[in-house]
Design a protein. Sequence first.
Length: 529
Amino acid sequence: MNEHYDVIIAGGGVSGLTAGAYCAHAGLKTLLCERNAKTGGLVGTFQHNGFSFDGGIRAFEDSGVLLPMLRQLGVEMQFAPNPVTIGFGSRSVQLSDKKSLAGYAALLKSVFPQNGQEIERIARQIEAAMRYMDVLYGIDNPLFLDAELHDPKYLAKTLLPWLIRYTFNIQKASRLDEPMRQYLKKFTQNDALIDLICQHFFAATPAFFALSYFGLYLDYRYPTGGTGVLAERLERRIEEFGGKIELNAEIARVLHGEKSVVRRDGRRFSYSRLIWAADQSALYRALEGPLPEKARAQKARTEKAAGIDSVLTLFIGTGLPPAAVGSACGAHAFFTPDTTGLSALPAWQTARCGGESAMMDWVKRYLETTTYEISVPVLRDALLAPDGKTGLIVSTLFDYELTKWFFGQNAYAALKELCAQTILRVLDSSLLPGLKDCVLFSLCATPLTIERETANRHGAITGWAYTNRDIPAMHRFGKIQKAVKTHLPGVLQCGHWTFVPAGMPVAVITGKLAADAAISALGKKARVT
C-alpha cells in the first residue's frame, strides 16, 4: 500500500514537532515519523529510581520565540525561574539581572587580578552584545503573531521601529563573526583567562553568539515536569489537530523523483511535501535516484563536514538534601574546578602513542580542568526527585573521536567508569563536599550514547561544527527563511542542521518556516482554534 499524505515529517525532535503542529493545525493531512520509541530528541526527560533527569537541553530560553509559539498553538505549560550561577573554584556569582555583569567581571578579576583592565574591556564587549540581543529579541518574533499583524497601531508603533533597529543591530552583530577565542585575543593574551570564558562554548563559537549568551542566561526558564513536557504537549497538539505520529518508524529511503518514502519496516508512503527534521546528512544517504546538480553538491558538502562538539554527562542520584545543593551551586550552574585553563593541556592525540594508560591519564587531567554544566531539576520542581533527595545532571564538552578511540580499544566501559569516578571526586573535593558518600547511583552517557539515541552525526548536539571550512547550512540571520529550502522538489528541511548557530529558538523557527512553506505551497488556510 502507498498511503498519501500532504506532509510527511522525518524526525520528532522539537523542530519536527513544531512543523507537525503547524501543518496539522492548517488542515494538512500530516504524518510524523520518529525513529525512536518517543519524540523529543534531545529535549526529553527520563526517570530512574524515582529521579527525573533531562536527557538533553537543561533549560529553555524564550528569545521571543518559544512562548509566542506556545500561545499561537494553544499549548499550556508552566515555567519556573532558572537562575544561572557561574563559578571558578571556590568563587561564584549568580546571574539575576543585567547588573550581574559587574559581578561576573569582579569574579574574573578575583582570579586574574593582574588583568583587571583587560577584563573591563571584555565586559564592555559582553554588554554591547547584550544590547544587540535585546534588540534582536526585543519583541515577540513576528513569525508567531496573528492578530497583531493586522493591527495598524502595532505595525506602526512596534513592528516597524523594531525592524529598523533589528536591521541596524544585525549589521553590527555580523561584524563579530570571528571565533570567540580569536576575538578575545584582541583584549588579552592571558590564555587561562580566555579559557575560563570560552570553556562554556563549542570550539570556534562566533564571538557574537558567545558574548550574547550572558544575556541568554538571564532568559532561561524551566518547565514544570521537566524539559520533556514540551515534546509531550506538542505531540498532543498534533494529534488533536488531526495529525498522526508513528514511533519506531525510521524513514530509510527517499524516492524523491516519485515523492515517496520507504520506512525501515518496509511501509511506503507518498507525499506532496516532505519536511526533513533530522540529521541533514541522513537525508542525502537516504535519497535514491538521480539528483539535481545542486543537490549533488550539497550532498558532497554534508559528507565532508563534521558535527559540532558532543558532551559527556553523568546523571547522579544522591541522598543530599536539595537545600544543601542549592546553597552550594543553585539550580543551574557552570562550574570550573581548576582555573589553570584547558590550553595548558596538550591535545589528546598526543597521548595515543602511550596507549590506554596514557589516554586514561589524559582524560583524568581533562576532567579535573574542564568546565561543567550542573543542573538540579528538583530545585525547580520538587516532584522531580524523592523527598529529601537530589538528582544532579553534570555534563562537559567531550570529543567524539576520543570516545571512539576507547571503544575501538575495547576500553569503553573502563572509560565510562573512569569518567564517573573522576567527576564525583572532583565535585566532592570542591563544590559538593560529602557527595561521594551520598551517591545512590550514577549513569554515564557519552557522545556515542547521543549518536545511538539521536542518530546525530558525531554525537553532535546542535548540528554542524563552527570549525568546518564549508558549513552546509545557512549562517546569516537575515536569510534564515532560505534555510528550510533544499535543491530537491517537494523537500523542505528544518532543525539544528539547517542553520548555524543553532539552538532551541532555531529549532522552533525553522520548524515554523518549513510548515509555512508547505502550507503556502499546498494552498491551505490555517484554522482558528
